[in-house]
Design a protein around this ligand. Structure first.
Ligand code: RAM
Length: 543
């Protein structure tokens, strides 16, 4: 993906499709607007001033060491070339402010500071620039500010997502140094502290699972703003794939049905001319469709409405959104060949499933679309509509074994007969073949070092859920302890957009400084533990 100049280029399948017009549904947009939440706010302060020391055993190769308590801070002064790192103790989303005082004869020049808001140590231990990435470097969380008159309060106007704040004094003057006090963040979320503490405790005494569940909830809560954001640092917007997983986790934790409903209407307000839904939407500066269209995200819209309907009991919304659901399936179903087999090459639209490079998507997309057709049929039954996809389900179920390689005992995808975890996961979730066969296939690929592994927690979630749904609850738990538990052991206080235990710098964007470390699609362990594995955990804790 590198151009001749060495700069990374946008991958071919993510280049903007010829833009078809969006047909705004004003009524749905108004409904979404009326459901916009007032955000809850609260003040948090840093716990200490730290430095990072090398630690070869740590995931990020460094460890935090306290050098001052926060009470000591206001007695310290910092001049040209000095820097400090504040540690808030865990991840926050909100508005940072500080009081800048003067230690010296007078402040005869402005104070020029660089503030860097870090979600992980690399953000504050390394130089963020240059950043070799094909997404925008304007996401990088640093600011240079010039403060004219000191002493003064400084309120940073932008919202940041961070645990650490590095403050570098680029310059003050020979006559004075700065003092820092009143350091705080006005944290924001759609979920109040009361609502967060009202979530029932996980029914388990296993400390590792309790901690994974807690980190999942913090991840979700920090992403729940006026929409379910994918990541409060980047992209700060609503994506269908992320929303589905967030909403499922929300239903078994915070139970904010109104925010979920708002997000369903936001997508329904913005269908394209061909009824396809945008993969993501922007709320600001005004509601508009993102230019990405992802075939799998289109298909997942209906299941999302189904999940919402089951969780909330609100049939009326499902009835109103029914035509949108049917429209959203058009593009995915165009990809079925005469045998009812999903063919990714049928269009050049983006099929996602995961960010891992070179993933063959036919088998996984076959499973995903079949799963979606079944979920939508279930929704039809709930709202007394004829099931729209009975024949499609039959056809796709008959075709599914065409992806199965009897000799290998796994599903294969594409002309290269690629073996990947994602293909097994989605075909298992679709129920296309019997559970023991699917579980065996999953077990096989997970033990095969040549199989294409997932990169994102999004894809790992589908593997984990598929294992549990096919009778592999123990394997699901093990995967959760390895993967999400691995992030926790690596120091995560919110779960990340990507995690590769072997490579702390891995990123599909070219540079890990552009990764997001509080990312919606990684919040699902709470859902897996509280819903999917609920009976299993109850049974095993009694045994
Ligand atoms: C990333 C986003 C988002 C995801 C898309 C496909 O850019 O962070 O979470 O849905 O990829």
């Amino acid at each position: 993906m590198a151009s001749e100049s060495g700069e990374l280029e946008v991958p071919a399948n993510q280049k903007v499709e010829r833009l078809l017009k969006t047909n705004i549904n004003e009524e749905f947009a108004r409904k979404a607007e009326s459901l916009k939440p007032e955000l809850h706010q609260w003040i948090d302060r840093p716990l200490s001033v730290i430095k990072f020391e090398p630690d070869p055993d740590a995931f990020f190769k460094c460890k935090a060491v306290q050098i001052h308590t926060i009470e000591e801070l206001s007695k310290l002064s910092y001049g040209k070339g000095d820097q400090l790192i504040l540690d808030f103790g865990s991840h926050r989303v909100g508005y940072f402010s500080i009081n800048l005082g003067v230690d010296g004869i007078n402040a005869d020049a402005p104070a020029r500071l660089r503030l860097t808001f870090g979600e992980i140590p690399y953000d504050v231990t390394e130089n963020l620039h240059p950043c070799n990435t094909w997404i925008s470097t304007s996401w990088l969380p640093d600011e240079i500010i010039n403060v004219d008159w000191l002493p003064t309060d400084v309120d940073m106007p932008r919202r940041y997502s961070f645990r650490y704040v590095k403050i570098e004094v680029i310059d003050a003057s020979p006559k004075y140094k700065i003092r820092l006090s009143e350091v705080k963040v006005r944290a924001v979320s759609a979920i109040s502290s009361d609502a967060a503490s009202a979530v029932s405790p996980l029914e388990s005494t296993d400390q590792e699972l309790i901690s994974i569940d807690r980190i999942s909830q913090v991840t979700l809560r920090n992403c729940m703003q006026t929409v379910f954001e994918d990541g409060p640092r980047r992209d700060r917007r609503l994506w269908i794939g992320d929303l589905r997983l967030q909403a499922l986790t929300n239903y078994c934790t915070f139970k904010d049905f109104s925010l979920a409903k708002r997000c369903l209407y936001l997508f329904a307000a913005l269908p394209r001319g061909d009824d396809s839904l945008p993969a993501c939407v922007f709320e600001k500066p005004k509601l508009s469709a993102g230019s990405d269209y992802i075939v799998d995200y289109d298909a997942l819209y209906g299941p999302m409405v189904y999940d919402y309907t089951v969780a909330s009991g609100d049939l009326e919304t499902a009835i109103e959104l029914w035509p949108t659901i049917l429209g959203s399936m058009k593009k995915p179903l165009v990809h079925l060949d005469a045998d009812g087999k999903f063919d990714s090459k049928a269009t050049d639209s983006w099929k996602f499933l995961d960010w891992v490079a070179g993933l063959e998507t036919d088998a996984g997309m076959h499973g995903l679309v079949l799963f979606c057709c079944k979920e939508i049929n279930k929704l039809a039954a709930l709202i007394s509509k004829p099931p729209p996809f009975t024949e499609t389900v039959e056809k796709m179920t008959t075709a599914a074994p065409l992806f199965y390689d009897k000799d290998l005992g796994v599903f294969v995808s594409g002309s290269s007969r690629q073996v990947s975890w994602s293909s097994q996961a989605w075909l298992a979730l679709s129920g296309a073949m019997d559970a023991p066969t699917c579980l065996q296939a999953l077990t096989k690929v997970m033990g095969d070092p040549t199989a294409v592994k997932p990169l994102t927690p999004y894809a790992y979630h589908h593997v984990a859920e598929a294992l549990a749904r096919c009778g592999g609850e123990e394997q699901c738990l093990k995967l959760m302890r390895d993967y999400w538990g691995g992030m926790a052991r690596a120091g995560a206080d919110t779960f990340w957009e990507f995690f590769d235990a072997e490579d702390s710098r891995r990123s599909p964007y070219g540079d890990c400084h552009n990764n997001s470390y509080c990312h919606a699609w990684s919040c699902t362990p709470s859902y897996l533990l509280r819903v999917v594995l609920k009976d299993y955990l109850a049974a095993t804790s009694k045994a």
